[in-house]
Write a protein that binds this ligand. Structure first.
Ligand SMILES: Cc1ncc(COP(=O)(O)O)c(C=O)c1O
Length: 407
């Protein structure tokens, strides 16, 4: 059996994912002399790389410019390849940047993109703004559209399909493997924003998707203190296109941020399991509360997406939606303001619980969103579920009182 104290060889394929993620991304840079090694890669902060001689200045055999990434960037990329089951991973300075990088790497002027109506709102802004300005048009398909509905929208200029499943804010799911297969048969590229699944709960590349995008800012970090995004692929064409795009546009990620994210990645499966177990318990509890109309979480048997989720996902993360009984905005605000353990904030995936009301930002153009009540999004953190339930209950008491006009 390999001696892990000295072995920096790749993890064995028969190890469980959680074991592989702990022992991947080791690099020669972790060695001290010939015998000893440190656990984490050293952070090399460098723009300038001093080359050993004139002949090596233009050689492609070794890194010669810090922007292209040194040891710790490479270690994170290796670990993310393991997570995504990918041949290659490109890093961007945020999740939004990764979406931009992925789309601009595969699309050209004159191309059309079909995008899920439930994409993350800044993705829609990118499509309707910068991409449009560069000659790429976007049409949106309903967040729960069938494969046939999507394929019926394909036109002569359609080049790619951008999925997000579950949808941002409203959590509708799509049959990703079927869409990827149909798209491939028509020569179309598929991309997915897989941030909700954190690369763990669903494996897009294995499901036939060409490019898997993730905001590492969320669960890979797990601590709400760093931005980064990744695009994973096993197709040499897209791998090359991403490399060229990163090189030509000058994206760079800091070694300190890569170090922080690699550290987060080591504990990702463990944290995600706890987020998911707590989220399910709280979602089930919420479903039984009189102030709640419905809970938008595919792990609940009441969800129209439950069968798809069971088939394709190995669990849930901590993020889901709650539709409250119809109420004036002040009642929803009173509920949120009353919460003490749930912070009011947008960027999820950290160890702490969060809540926002979503109605001001839900934007659907393919099919109107008919939530039939105020929509709140919860992120269930790593606190004890019983404490979170108690916090939600006292918030719902204030909500109920506000609905009756007694506060
Ligand atoms: C689904 C999804 N994708 C991408 C992003 C963007 O990530 P970042 O904040 O790192 O740009 C977010 C952020 O909230 C998100 O929710």
């Amino acid at each position: 059996m390999a001696d892990l104290k000295t072995d920096t060889s790749p993890p064995a394929p028969n190890w469980c994912e959680s074991t592989r993620l702990l022992h991947t991304g080791d690099s020669a840079a972790t060695r001290l002399g010939t015998e000893a090694r440190i656990v984490n890669p050293p952070v090399q902060r460098a723009s300038t790389v001093l080359m050993p001689n004139a002949a090596s200045l233009y050689s492609l055999d070794q890194p010669s410019y810090g922007r292209l990434g040194l040891g710790v960037q490479a270690a994170l990329q290796t670990a993310l390849c393991e997570l995504e089951g990918a041949q290659d991973v490109a890093l961007f300075s945020s999740g939004a940047g990764a979406i931009t990088g992925a789309l601009m790497s595969v699309l050209s002027s004159g191309d059309e993109l079909l995008a899920a109506d439930g994409v993350y709102r800044p993705t829609r802004r990118l499509c309707n703004g910068t991409l449009k300005r560069f000659g790429v048009s976007t049409r949106y398909y309903p967040a729960r559209a069938s494969v046939d509905e999507i394929m019926a929208m394909v036109g002569p200029d359609t080049r790619a399909i951008l999925l997000e499943s579950p949808a941002s804010l409203t959590f509708e799911m799509q049959d990703t493997p079927a869409i990827a297969a149909a798209a491939r048969a028509r020569g179309l590229i598929t991309l997915i924003d897989n941030t909700w699944a954190a690369g763990v709960l669903f494996k897009p590349l294995a499901a036939g998707v060409d490019l898997s995008i993730q905001a590492l800012t969320k669960y890979v970090s797990g601590a709400s203190d760093v931005f980064m995004g990744s695009v994973a692929t096993s197709d040499p064409r897209w791998s090359q296109a991403l490399k060229t795009f990163v090189l030509e546009t000058g994206w760079a990620v800091s070694p300190d941020d890569c170090y922080t994210l690699l550290r987060g990645l080591r504990t990702l499966p463990l944290r995600l399991q706890r987020h998911g177990e707590s989220a399910l318990q709280i979602a089930q509890w919420l479903e039984a509360q009189p102030e709640v109309k419905s809970v938008l979480c595919p792990a609940l048997p009441s969800s129209p997406d439950h069968a798809l989720w069971r088939r394709d996902y190995s669990g849930i993360c901590g993020l889901f939606g709650v539709i409250l009984q119809p109420a004036p905005p002040r009642a929803v605000e009173a509920f949120l303001d009353r919460l003490t353990l749930f912070g009011l904030g947008f960027s999820w995936g950290g160890f702490e619980s969060l809540a926002i009301h979503c109605d001001p930002q839900v934007q659907r153009t393919a099919r109107p969103w008919l939530g039939l009540g105020p929509l709140v999004r919860l992120h269930i953190g790593l606190e004890a579920p019983s404490d979170l339930i108690a916090d939600l209950r006292q918030g719902l008491d204030v909500f109920a009182a506000a609905c009756e006009g007694t506060v």
